[in-house]
Design a protein around this ligand. Sequence first.
Ligand SMILES: Cc1cc2nc3c(=O)[nH]c(=O)nc-3n(C[C@H](O)[C@H](O)[C@H](O)COP(=O)(O)OP(=O)(O)OC[C@H]3O[C@@H](n4cnc5c(N)ncnc54)[C@H](O)[C@@H]3O)c2cc1C
Length: 294
Amino acid sequence: MAEKLDCVVVGAGVVGLAIARALTLAGRDVIVLEAEARIGMHSSSRNSEVIHAGIYYPEHSLKARLCVRGRQLLYDYCTERNVDHQRIGKLIVATREDELDKLRKIQQQGLKNGVDDLRMMNADEIGEIEPNVECVSALYSPSTGIVDSHALMLALQTDVEAHGNEVVLNSEVTNLNTAGQGLRFECGDAAFVCKTLVNSAGLGAQALALSGDRPRGGLLQNAGGSIPVGAHSRQAGSRHAGDFPGLLQHYFAKGHYFAYQGKSPFKHLIYPLPIDGGLGIHATNDLAGDSGQT
Ligand SMILES: Cc1cc2nc3c(=O)[nH]c(=O)nc-3n(C[C@H](O)[C@H](O)[C@H](O)COP(=O)(O)OP(=O)(O)OC[C@H]3O[C@@H](n4cnc5c(N)ncnc54)[C@H](O)[C@@H]3O)c2cc1C
C-alpha cells in the first residue's frame, strides 16, 4: 500500500530548495527527497556563484524574464536572510575596435530585457577602476554580483524546515508513474503517491522522468518541464527519450576552472564578448576576493 503525500520535490539543489520554500510559504505540505547525503552536492555547489543581471537572453524569453526578476528577488532574499553576497559588478570587455558594434548590441539587448543600468565606459574610465584590464571599451553591469551559494541553500532549507516541512537525505526517487490524479514513485523499499511532484533533479531529471514503467508523454512534460533528451535516457531502462518526439533536446556543456594563487588582480567580474555556445573565458571573484577563470 503506497503512503499518500501532498507535495514532493525531488532534488535538494538550489532549484529544488527554492521551489520547496515557495510551496511551503504557499501552505503546502512539502517533503524534499535528495539522493545524496547532503544538500547541493551537484551543479549547485560547482558553479561560479555569479548573480547574473539577465543581459544576453532574447527579450520576452523565459530566461530573460526569470533572470531579471530572479536577480532582484535574490538580492532582497540575501539581504533579508543575511546570506553573504556582493554587488561587485561586471565588465564585458572589447579589446578591438571591430568588437564595439557587438558590445553596443549587447547593451541594447540588456535594455530590451529590462537591465537598464548598463553603462558604456571608455579605456580611460576602465583604467581607473581596473588598472589590470587593457581594452578599447567595456560595458559595465553594476547589478551583476556574487553570492555564497552554500549559505543560500542553507537559508532555503531552514525556511522549509521552520514551517514543519522536511528535507530528507539519502533518498533516491525511482519508478515515477502517473496514478489517477497524482503520481506514484518509489524511494528505498517504500512506495508513495503524491498530488504534486516537482522534478528538480538537475542532470538526473531526465532519468527520473523516464524511470517508470507506464510511459506517458504528459507525465514527462509535466514532471520535468523541458525534459532533457540525451545520454541519460539510455540508463533509465526500457524507456528512452527518443520514444517521445517533441521533447526538447538536452545539450551538455562542461566548464573548466583555473584558480589563481592569492588575491585577484580584478575588483569586478571580467568577461570577453560572448562566443558561440558560451560566455567566453572569463575571470570571476569569490566572496573572499580570490579569483578563478572559467
Ligand atoms: C561550470 C558551471 C558554472 C555555473 N555558474 C553559474 C553561475 O555563476 N551563476 C548561476 O546562476 N548559475 C551557474 N551555473 C548553473 C547552476 O549551477 C545551475 O543552474 C543550478 O545549480 C542547477 O540547480 P539544480 O537544483 O537544478 O540542480 P542540482 O544542483 O544538480 O540539484 C539536483 C539534485 O537532485 C538530486 N537528484 C538527482 N536525481 C535524483 C533522484 N532520482 N532522487 C533524489 N534526488 C535526486 C541530485 O543529487 C542533486 O542534489 C553554472 C553551472 C556550471 C556547470
